[in-house]
Design a protein around this ligand. Structure first.
Ligand SMILES: [Zn+2]
Length: 433
């Protein structure tokens, strides 16, 4: 039996739900969205995991939860296309094992919502990687398949040209096309082009880009030929500021072939890592306009506590080398999303996945270190205040989404399944996509 009071309550709830058409409203932040060419103060509303509205002013009454982010930058969730996260296999000294890290401790706290594992697994062990890490992480983990079937198992596994099968690799890429976004050639020491050629063959068969870590640079296969002849437009040369890359001529000018390669569509990616970023390459290159298409970390156990540290530290280096903030954000969001052909990420278009980073630029005296331990002074540093994945808060450094404890009376768990994953009532978490 329904009493009139009960019906009134239903009506009230219904009208409240109708008024609150948005789950979450980020109010008053400076939005930087390279895809939509926005760099201005905007409100951002989110509904059901998607961007619902971006406008100069959105009525806060329309939102279930309002967060004031004035003074902060609101950007698409960062997309880091070079990491190693195939941890937990127990394999010593290998990126398909102990050299990798589990992603969630390094990503969300840096504003990163999507990472691409760069070839830690190959077609043979990708299903294990998927089961072990990809399917269990809060971070969205995509992957490049190593052209070596067993992936980055160290040597001699990674030098075994008999395990570089283009067809098997392409088949696996197609089978897991939701997760596999490309092919990787890496760490190759031999004089042949086999590793690169098979990777490109697999990339062509599966219609995905190839990323190359050129391994040992050898006169038999010059880097110039890699970027001018061997790679296809849309393929990616990572570790662009590596010491071994023939970057500058005797007079300190950036070599012309690099601009030619870029003109033919080759993508240049940072891939900082533990051995692949020198200020003496990057600073003059950036001054002369040879800037990265995408900024990425090459996160692994040796880079995480050295000069690289995390995505925001690498981005901060570029900020302090003179790149504009909008440009740094573009190259850490929309550009990498396009490179891996995942245009649903890296932007804040209405209808896009609501992956969002809320960042602060700190001013002060800072220092940044390259892979040989050289320091560069800086005055700006990016800090992550808050991260959303699929519209849900996954990180909140200073509790800007929260009420003060002493205003809550006899309080319990403060979770809210409509916008929050970090404190949730038992059984109320929204199902992971
Ligand atoms: Zn790497």
């Amino acid at each position: 039996m329904k009493s009139p009071i009960f019906l009134n309550v239903i009506l009230l709830l219904t009208s409240a739900a109708a008024a609150q058409e948005y789950d979450l409203l980020l109010q008053g932040g400076h939005v930087i969205d390279g895809k939509n060419k926005i760099s201005a103060i905007r409100d951002v509303a989110i509904r059901a995991g998607k961007i619902a509205e971006v406008a100069a002013k959105i009525d806060p009454a329309k939102a279930h939860k309002v967060v004031n982010v004035s003074g902060l930058y609101v950007t698409p969730g960062l997309v880091d296309i070079h990491v190693h996260v195939y941890a937990g296999t127990g394999q010593r000294g290998a990126y398909s094992g102990d050299n990798s890290v589990y992603p969630d401790g390094f990503t969300l706290r840096s504003g990163v919502t999507t990472v691409v594992d760069a070839g830690s697994s190959g077609w043979r062990n990708f299903p294990d990687f998927k089961d072990r890490v990809i399917d269990r992480s809060k971070t969205r983990v995509l992957a490049l398949l190593n052209i070596v079937g067993k992936g980055m198992g160290g040597d001699p596994i990674e030098q075994n040209v008999d395990d570089m099968e283009a067809a098997a690799t392409a088949d696996q890429a197609k089978k897991y096309k939701d997760t596999v976004v490309g092919i990787k050639s890496a760490h190759f020491r031999g004089p042949e082009w086999t590793s690169v050629e098979r990777a490109v063959e697999a990339g062509t068969l599966a219609n995905v880009p190839v990323m190359v870590d050129f391994g040992t640079f050898r006169p038999e296969r010059p880097y110039q030929d890699l970027v001018l002849k061997k790679l296809r437009p849309g393929d990616i040369s990572t570790h662009m500021y590596l010491g071994a890359v023939p970057m500058l001529d005797d007079t300190g000018k950036v070599n012309k072939y690099l601009f030619e390669a870029r003109k033919r569509g080759i993508i240049f990616d940072v891939g900082h890592g533990g051995g692949s970023f020198l200020f003496r390459q990057a600073v003059p290159a950036i001054k002369q306009g040879f800037i990265p298409d995408s900024i990425s970390t090459d996160l692994h156990i040796s880079s995480m506590n050295a000069g690289m540290k995390d995505m925001l530290n690498v981005m901060s280096k570029f900020l302090n080398m003179g790149m504009a903030l909008d440009d740094v954000i573009l190259r850490s969001t929309w550009n990498p999303a396009r490179e891996i052909k995942r245009e649903e990420f890296g932007n804040l278009s209405v209808g896009s996945t609501a992956d969002v980073a809320v960042l602060r630029v700190e001013k002060g005296n800072f220092g940044f270190v390259d892979i040989l331990g050289a320091r560069m002074k800086g005055t700006q540093k990016l800090v992550c205040e808050m991260t959303l994945r699929d519209g849900l808060m996954v990180y909140d450094l200073n509790g800007i989404t929260r009420e003060d404890w002493n205003k809550l009376g006899n309080y319990g768990a403060q979770g809210d399944h409509r916008w929050d994953t970090t404190v949730t009532e038992p059984g109320r978490a929204r199902k992971k996509k």
